[in-house]
Design a binder for this molecule. Sequence first.
Ligand code: PEP
Length: 245
Amino acid sequence: MRKEIIAGNWKMNKNVSQTKDYFSELLPLISTDKREVVIFPPFTSLSAAVSCTQGSCVKIGAQNMYFEDSGAFTGEVSAEMIRDTGAVRVLVGHSERRTLFGETDETVNKKLRKAFETGLSPIMCVGEDLNQRQSGETFDFIASQIRNGLAGIENDSIVVAYEPIWAIGTGVTATSGQAEEVCGFIRERLAEQFGNAADGIRILYGGSVKAGNIKELMAMEDIDGVLVGGASLKSEFADIVNYDD
Ligand code: PEP
């Protein structure tokens, strides 16, 4: 049994007062222990989000972290600092971190190790761009992101999010068939590393998920949840969390 995860990535949106307003609107609309609900606010709103969601079904995570404990790393935030806010999860290797800020499989791997060591539960993001899809490289590329990102990692509480770059923020969603094809492929790769435990690893889909397509995506065998960007900023997120299976 894999508990579903419905996650919202706010990206660089919402200050502290907008965070408080958001949760006072959202929390009365959702209540579920059947699904894990996680919101990823920007660093500056983490503490406010943690206090707003205390006692609710919503957990809080950070959108990024650094792999060193402390020191001369101007602008970076450590895993321990994130833990200290009360956040419990962290996104690692989101495609915007990879394409805009130089994140590599090697830094993803270091961050995952540090997150586990610190007691933060990571979600590792992978996904191909449009060129790679059109030239038939999707599966080789995803396999290399999984192999290199997870090198030497034994902790099978890892969560993997498949987010095709061509579907992020574009309004274009992968069809449920396309998403399932890659998520199933990811589970096979996870089985090579984790054996039977791969059956228990949650794999999420992300890319223009909305209230209107969540049900179809979640009906797929290897899709155990979603990572939602744009639609997590609005009260539509409650409809996504409450989707009727
Ligand atoms: C994301 O940022 O992870 C994402 C999937 O964004 P969107 O839902 O807006 O495509």
